[in-house]
Design a protein around this ligand. Structure first.
Ligand code: NAG
Ligand code: NAG
Ligand code: NAG
Ligand code: NAG
Ligand code: NAG
Ligand code: NAG
Length: 320
């Protein structure tokens, strides 16, 4: 009896101490993490605002390797301390620990530096390349303009793609930006290989497998297929509406059932953003109340529709 009571007390005590260990660990992670991520963000920021300083990307890549090392160390600690997390009841804390335990892309320092350098180089390809500005007079690119005035991705190309209503200028900017993107092909291939290697070392099949794991759903693909089928009728109506509007805006310029990507008001061919990137002067791309439609936000909000966001520009992608 006495023995049972003490066993019970020991079990209780270890439960309580496990609980406070979790809190201590998470508090430590949070405090240290704020410092680690701050240093890392500053290094990335310096690269972004100072394209000409060749030493900054090296520092930023090192900062990425430092933080990757820190994440791996914390993951190992969390695994040593809490194992498979079965003893932890609090679902929120359990999730946090699980997330800490899985670093996802697991590379050594040299490989992390290489991965970061590839990302920085890809970003720089977008940031540094310029194109000849479009001339409103000749309605063609004018390469006699001084190089300083040639267009960058951001802001000039992005600005023209969302504000110009000249079909040919839009086609020019759209193509020229993709010509710049193409310069990243070799970097991108290397990046994919290295990232997949890191994902395998982190216990996943590849990077996609890791990214999907973050949704914490075993049937993500089926769920997405099902959601897609659900929004498809709405999507088709919107597509038709936008196509009709754009045909009126650019009569005779296209006739297929598809909408040319360069006239949608943004670089990535996103239909209907309704955020001022309207390809229609003085008009909103959202279906209006006079038609049989209701404005997009009103349809989407209560039903929690999220419009698919296609690939955005290559920003520096964090490892999660
Ligand atoms: C950018 O680089 C220049 C030249 O190296 C340096 O003087 C300046 O302080 C740097 N600015 C930032 C924000 O890092
Ligand atoms: C955790 O859950 C188990 C089983 O549901 C329960 O016996 C135990 O008392 C719980 N522990 C804590 C600390 O809540
Ligand atoms: C990244 O770009 C720099 C500067 O152009 C180049 O020297 C370096 O080799 C590139 N790094 C990789 C990994 O391709
Ligand atoms: C061409 O016209 C647009 C709109 O009128 C104007 O915003 C743009 O600055 C002009 N481009 C040039 C190169 O003059
Ligand atoms: C091209 O740019 C040059 C230099 O700014 C300018 O003198 C010329 O008029 C421009 N040509 C056209 C067709 O816009
Ligand atoms: C894009 O690149 C292709 C192939 O190099 C070239 O023929 C075309 O003129 C370029 N277009 C623009 C708009 O830069």
């Amino acid at each position: 009896m006495h023995r049972l009571v003490s066993l019970g007390l020991i079990a209780l005590a270890s439960l309580i101490s496990a609980q406070s260990n979790v809190d201590d660990f998470l508090a430590k992670y949070n405090t240290l993490g704020q410092q680690e991520y701050y240093v890392n963000s500053v290094a990335s920021w310096n690269v972004a605002v100072n394209l000409d300083d060749e030493s900054l990307p090296v520092l930023a890549a090192k900062a990425d390797a430092n933080i990757a090392g820190w994440e791996q160390m914390m993951a190992a600690q969390a695994t040593t301390q809490f194992g498979d997390l079965k003893s932890i009841n609090d679902t929120s804390k359990k999730r946090q620990l699980k997330r800490i335990q899985r670093v996802g892309i697991k590379l050594n320092s040299a490989d992390t530096i290489l991965l970061s350098t590839l990302l920085i180089n890809m970003t720089n390809v977008y940031n540094k390349n310029r194109i000849c500005p479009w001339s409103n007079v000749s309605r063609a690119p004018n390469c006699s303009m001084p190089h300083q005035q040639w267009w960058r991705s951001d802001p000039e190309m992005f600005d023209r793609i969302s504000h110009s209503h000249d079909y040919d200028e839009l086609a020019y900017v759209w193509t020229a930006w993709r010509n710049i993107s193409a310069l990243n092909k070799a970097y991108f291939q290397q990046y994919v290989e290295l990232s997949n290697k890191g994902a395998r070392q982190g216990g996943f099949k590849d990077t996609g497998d890791y990214w999907r794991s973050l949704f914490e759903s075993d049937d993500l693909k089926d769920m997405m297929d099902q959601k897609f089928q659900e929004v498809l009728p709405l999507y088709e109506e919107l597509h038709t509406y936008i196509r009709r509007k754009l045909l009126a805006q650019y009569p005779g310029r296209f006739e297929t059932s598809a909408i040319p990507a360069h006239i949608l008001g943004n670089m990535y061919g996103r239909v209907v953003t309704g955020t001022g990137n309207s390809p229609f002067p003085g008009d909103s791309p959202s279906p209006s109340p006079e038609s049989d439609f209701v404005p997009v936000p009103e349809i989407s909000r209560p039903r929690n529709f999220r419009f698919p966001v296609p690939v955005t520009t290559l920003i520096r992608v964090r490892r999660f």
